[in-house]
Design a protein. Structure first.
Length: 218
């Protein structure tokens, strides 16, 4: 049976959860403009699994109508489920909806959910809003190393040279994966101030770190 807008709409309107999930997955096979129109109801589905899947797809479909996507994703940042909130942050960054920066900032400070905070930090680099620097600076002080690594990656993507001072202490971090992320970030920043730090990392005993720093120096 071929997939059509009508068949997908029928699945999305089904009382059966499995049907609605299949309907969201089948949106990928439709013309993006049609898929965006049909998917909007799934973003507000009663089941969080359906909402999560639909919100995640807005990362690619949302460019069809950025204004509508902004409204939908802002609303999902207030979702009752942390997974859906995290997916909304991811889609906001993928669409570069900088208008939602203050919404992300407010949620970061209000949420007690680690996943939500992590997703916001990880999203700020791709979002590309310079206002994100202060929030990333705050995240760098987190005792959670995964949060720190997400902040390091986003600082590199954001491209603010003030990040070099934040990254410098981690050149000697005991965890090679942190040093690897620092090498990546410094390579992206690529300024005269980052060169001595990359030179240090280019001599790192862990091959992956040294290679990444050497590539940045080239």
């Amino acid at each position: 049976m071929s997939i059509t807008p009508e068949s997908v709409a029928a699945l999305l309107n089904s009382a059966d959860l499995g049907d609605r999930l299949r309907g969201v997955n089948q949106l990928r096979t439709l013309d993006p403009a049609i898929a965006f129109g049909l998917g909007q109801q799934a973003v507000e589905d009663v089941n969080p699994r359906v909402r999560y899947a639909a919100v995640s797809q807005l990362a690619s479909l949302g460019s069809q109508d950025r204004g509508k996507s902004l409204a939908l994703l802002r609303d999902r940042l207030r979702d009752s489920e942390p997974d859906v909130q995290a997916a909304a942050a991811d889609s906001i960054s993928a669409l570069h909806l900088t208008e939602a920066f203050e919404d992300l900032q407010s949620l970061y400070h209000a949420s007690s959910e680690w996943l939500v905070k992590f997703s916001i930090v990880a999203a700020l680099g791709e979002l590309g809003d310079p206002r994100g620097f202060d929030l990333l600076q705050e995240a760098m002080t987190s005792p959670n190393e995964l949060m720190q690594m997400a902040a390091i990656g986003s600082l590199g993507e954001l491209g603010d040279v003030r990040a070099i001072d934040l990254l410098a202490p981690h050149v000697q971090n005991a965890d090679w994966q942190v040093r690897f992320r620092v090498a990546q970030a410094l390579s992206r920043l690529n300024t005269a101030a980052s060169q001595p730090l990359l030179q240090t990392l280019a001599q790192d005993p862990t091959e992956q770190v040294a290679q990444e720093a050497q590539a940045g120096l080239r």
